[in-house]
Write a protein that binds this ligand. Structure first.
Ligand SMILES: [Zn+2]
Length: 420
């Protein structure tokens, strides 16, 4: 009996001491990973006015709070905190590009073996340009999912990646997955999602590099095919992005619950009205105009394709401005992969050249991207509770949008990737 009592007493004391040890904070727990950013100008919420002389407190991968003035580590009773001096810098949330192809190299038919390497290089270029989140909206194979996961694990330097994987098309192609009849569309959509897709991208019209993407080009799917894709996506809580150039292809897919129209080159008032009503985003990819203008200047396109590109260059800006004036939501997306990676900022410069305000252009590349991704709780602004995705520029992009190129500091998920 006595032995049993001693046994239970010793078990009790072990439990008690374990409990006490847990209650008493160990040194490592006290010394947390805290960073104080002293921001001379802070655009915490794009669309609102910037604040002067602020301190951002980052703990681990999260923004803990923002305090007016330059708070010292000592006054916060955190002598171990590291302090980053950005007093003469413009600080803002990490930029977001909602249309990239990281594993695709501009102007080249890339070998499958090289895709992973290309992805690693593009991911780093993108992050160094201050883009801390991207939506990769069309790839070959499943390499992009692996890249996304390795970046997430911190093994590869790159932005947060939300990836669609292969594009769903109406017929068998070199790239993409086939959706031909509702059964095949359902099967394809399920396959993509089980492979790891965060988004689904459909080709609602021909590619912009084909003549069939002209203004009056036909929608590519039948109604039951679109319905099947969207129904599967909805079932798994995944959104659908529709690539669309001609007038009617956007209008056609808008009936079935897509979340974004990519390019939207020749959309008419009716389609824009429907987008506004349904809260569907336009992702303009106007950076592609750089490429088309260069091809024309260098005499690399001739005949019908040149005329096709000219029509596109003439009408696409009007569609974007019509959407903007009507209050259609716009999220910045550059089509990097078709245009160079790491110059994703060209999209914002193009917006301002078209007549969009600098403040709205910055919103389109932050707040609006977060909303399109359904990640407004975590991304898009510098606010307490969000991921510490913060960049600094050496000059004010609200004064001149070209200053968006002057990224001297990049923090993603609380980790510093660039500091000049
Ligand atoms: Zn694209």
């Amino acid at each position: 009996m006595g032995k049993i009592l001693i046994f239970w007493l010793s078990v009790f004391s072990i439990i008690l001491s374990a409990g006490l040890a847990h209650a008493e904070p160990r040194k490592q727990e006290v010394v947390k990973n805290i960073t104080l950013l002293h921001a001379g100008t802070l655009l915490a919420v794009p669309g609102q006015k910037p604040l002067l002389e602020q301190t951002i407190v980052v703990e681990g991968n999260q923004i803990k709070g923002i305090h007016p003035g330059y708070i010292t580590a000592a006054s916060l009773m955190m002598p171990y905190a590291r302090v980053i001096d950005l007093k003469d810098k413009f600080v803002m949330p990490g930029l977001m590009d909602m249309h990239v192809h990281l594993t695709k190299m501009m102007d080249t038919d890339i070998e499958a073996d090289d895709m992973a390497l290309e992805g690693v290089i593009s991911a780093k270029k993108t992050l160094m340009a201050g883009f801390t989140t991207v939506r990769d909206i069309g790839a070959i194979g499943n390499t992009i999912f692996k890249l996304r996961d390795r970046v997430k694990q911190g093994q590869i330097d790159g932005p947060r990646i939300f990836a669609a994987g292969q594009i769903i098309r109406v017929g068998p192609q070199d790239t993409g997955l086939e959706c031909n009849g509702p059964e095949s569309c359902r099967r394809t959509s399920r396959e993509l999602i089980s492979n790891g897709a965060d988004w689904i991208k459909i080709y609602a019209s021909c590619s912009g590099s084909s003549l069939c993407s002209h203004q009056n080009g036909a929608p590519m799917f039948f109604e039951d095919e679109i319905e099947a894709v969207v129904a599967v996506a909805k079932k798994y809580g995944i959104k659908v992005a529709a690539h669309s150039h001609p007038r009617d292809s956007a209008l056609f897919v808008l009936k079935y619950g897509v979340s974004s129209i990519e390019h939207g080159s020749f959309m008419n008032d009716k389609a824009l009205k429907a987008m506004k009503k349904q809260g569907v985003y336009l992702v303009p990819t106007v950076s592609v105009h750089d490429l088309l203008e260069n091809l024309k200047r260098d005499g690399k396109v001739k005949g019908p394709m040149l005329a096709h590109n000219d029509t596109f260059l003439k009408l696409h800006p009007g569609t974007i401005m019509n959407a903007y004036k009507r209050g259609v939501k716009i999220a910045a997306g550059s089509d990097a992969g078709i245009v160079p990676h790491g110059k994703n900022y060209r999209e914002l410069e193009r917006y301002v050249e078209l007549g969009i305000s600098t403040s709205d252009a910055l919103m389109m590349a932050t707040v609006n991207g977060a909303e399109l991704l359904d990640k407004t709780q975590e991304l898009g602004t510098v606010e307490a509770g969000k991921y510490a995705d913060i960049i600094a520029l050496s000059a004010d992009p609200l004064q001149d949008i070209h200053n968006i190129e002057k990224v001297i500091f990049v923090m993603k998920n609380g980790r510093i990737y660039k500091k000049e």
